[in-house]
Ligand binder design. Structure first.
Ligand SMILES: Cc1ncc(COP(=O)(O)O)c(C=O)c1O
Length: 382
């Protein structure tokens, strides 16, 4: 694409988004179309024949995602889990083995435990910040080391460059779910990862108005295999969803800066509060992953989790008392959200090795006026 020397914000706004050749529209139109007129049998006008295979609005998003992650190929899906499923079916076959984080997102864990294991794909949850444990879990059948960093909801950090080296030494791929950091804060492909996964529902979309997923591959050949499966399996992003996601991507950098500013203020408040027994945020020097996070992230993100005195009942009450922090699942939108992972986003991990503590509260710190956010948290904690 020849755009690699441009800055992040420029790529997010322009890559794959040249003015429409027909009308000059500066934003890619929503191509609400399923099929394309051919100039004679097999004579495609512009490479488009059917919108499951490719659609111009989706192409714009896919090229922009590839550019901001620094990859060879981007692909947009109907959801983050659809992207993950397509990736697993492209890379793995029955009998293969995947190492996953021992505090992976509950839906990712469920995809492995309840869907792919039935088809013979084995997995082991491992603490990815412990390189010895990761090394010990590798088998001759290991195809993927699957990383989330920071993790959802415990904000654990793992070393992408070190894990990439380990994966490659044993012939496996390193996959990084970059949803929590976003491409603005962290660039896994530059650190050696092979594929980046996104729930674009979160920071990339950024406005809680669209569900979507993306894959970005470093290597063009792997990108091609993923694209083949995207078409063969069909879990593509529709044109309106692709358009909304692309609109979100344009402002990702400025939003992330404000998310980080506000999260830092929230962390300060929580650290000083007597009801809070621990704060989980990789920006804190005491966080066990702080050094690695500082090495591989631009800043530390907008997600903050904390544990409270009074156990699960109090954690639930804090969530119920919050007003400006909307009680809801998901994250990464401009509005602040609060949730109880044990009973909400991570309920599917109950009773598994990935079960989360009952006294945990998770915040997605939005970009509202920070003093209003602090006032709401103060009343919710009181
Ligand atoms: C880290 C992470 N990965 C993947 C997903 C799945 O994405 P989606 O909900 O878009 O399918 C989520 C959703 O919460 C997530 O938080």
């Amino acid at each position: 694409m020849g755009r690699m020397s441009e800055g992040f914000e420029t790529l997010a706004i322009h890559a794959g988004q040249e003015a429409d050749p027909q009308t000059g529209a500066v934003v890619p139109p929503i191509y609400a179309v399923s099929t394309y007129k051919q100039d004679g049998v097999g004579g495609l006008r512009s490479g488009y024949e059917y919108s499951r295979s490719a659609n111009p609005t989706r192409t714009a998003l896919e090229e922009a995602m590839a550019a901001v992650e620094g990859g060879a190929r981007g692909l947009a899906f109907a959801s983050g889990l659809a992207a993950e499923d397509t990736l697993l079916r492209t890379v793995c076959k029955p009998g293969d083995h995947v190492i996953i984080p021992n505090d992976a997102y509950g839906g990712t864990y469920r995809l492995f435990a309840k869907v792919h294991e039935r088809w013979g794909l084995h997995y082991d949850p491992v603490a990815l910040d412990n390189m010895n444990a990761v090394g010990a879990a590798i088998t001759p059948k290991t195809k993927i080391i699957w990383v989330e960093t920071p993790t959802n909801p415990l904000l654990g950090i793992s070393d992408i460059a070190a894990l990439a080296e380990l994966a490659h030494d044993c012939g496996a791929l390193l996959v990084v779910d970059n949803t929590f950091a976003s491409p603005y804060l962290q660039q896994p492909l530059a650190l050696g990862a092979d594929i980046v996964v996104h729930s674009t529902t979160k920071y990339v979309g950024g406005h809680s108005d669209v569900v979507g997923g993306a894959l970005v591959a470093r290597d063009p050949e792997l990108g091609e295999q993923l694209a083949y499966h995207q078409n063969a399996m069909g879990a593509v992003a529709g044109p309106f969803d692709a358009w909304l996601t692309l609109r979100g991507l344009k402002t990702l950098a400025v939003r992330m800066e404000r998310h980080c500013d506000n999260a830092e203020r929230v962390v300060d408040l929580l650290l000083a509060h007597p009801k809070v027994i621990s704060v989980l945020y990789p920006g804190m020097p005491e966080h066990p992953g702080h050094e690695v996070a500082a090495k591989q992230m631009r800043r530390f993100g907008g997600m903050v989790s904390f544990r409270v005195a009074g156990g699960e009942a109090e954690a639930v009450e804090i969530c119920n008392r919050a007003k400006l922090f909307t009680l809801g699942e998901s994250l990464g939108g401009v509005e602040s959200l609060i949730e109880h992972p044990g009973r909400m986003t991570h309920a599917s991990a109950a009773g598994s090795p990935l079960e989360v503590p009952g006294d945990l509260v998770r915040l997605s710190v939005g970009i509202e006026t920070v003093d209003d956010l602090l006032a709401d948290l103060t009343q919710a904690l009181s």
